[in-house]
Design a protein around this ligand. Sequence first.
Ligand SMILES: C[S@@+](CC[C@H](N)C(=O)[O-])C[C@H]1O[C@@H](n2cnc3c(N)ncnc32)[C@H](O)[C@@H]1O
Length: 213
Amino acid sequence: MRMRKKKHGAERIAACADLLIPSPPEKDIREYFTEDRPLCLEIGCGKGGFACGLTSAERDINLVAVEKYSDAACLALEKAKASKDCRPDNLRFMIADASALGEYFPEHSVSCIYLNFSDPWPKSGYYKRRLTYASFLEIYRKLLVPGGILKQKTDNEGLFEFSLEQFAAAGLDTFMTTRDLHSSPYAENNIVTEYEAQFSAKGMPIYSAWVRF
Ligand SMILES: C[S@@+](CC[C@H](N)C(=O)[O-])C[C@H]1O[C@@H](n2cnc3c(N)ncnc32)[C@H](O)[C@@H]1O
């Protein structure tokens, strides 16, 4: 999420330091939470709407929301800090690239990974940057507990079909797919992200897959 550089970004992020896990972390990621709950990970959290929504709705998980751009992470941190509904004792943020997560998290410590509206990298030469490319799936395999789940949502049909191919090639069990999430039975508990709200307002279908590792 490229955006205009935030004024006083470093100071604003520092003001939310209690919600931020340094990268690299200085201790086991699980120790940044006050209670031991199943650990979940959102990669590419953008402005943090999903992270706040999920951790408000599901009090029995701990979520690390990762974003590679500090300007977007700044907004997410401030949203979490300001929100009355989002009581963030079960939410932490990290400014990091997905490719580094294998080094930052203990092996097999994560129960669920969320990929929401990841950049599609449509040019064929850039397919290795897609967050469902085989090399990222290998990182997720290392992070997830056996039987752990990846949940993907996207507006981009090309990325969706590519992802399904990558899941199959990696021998993973794609146990839920929908090409119109908002008309499916899974709409009821769906937490809408900022991008999702924009795409669905334009009448675009939302694609989703759930994959077991
Ligand atoms: C299209 S935006 C979607 C934001 C949000 N998930 C939503 O649905 O509203 C994709 C986000 O993923 C972040 N991102 C892309 N590649 C990433 C990577 N390799 N590691 C961490 N974050 C990444 C981008 O900076 C951007 O904020």
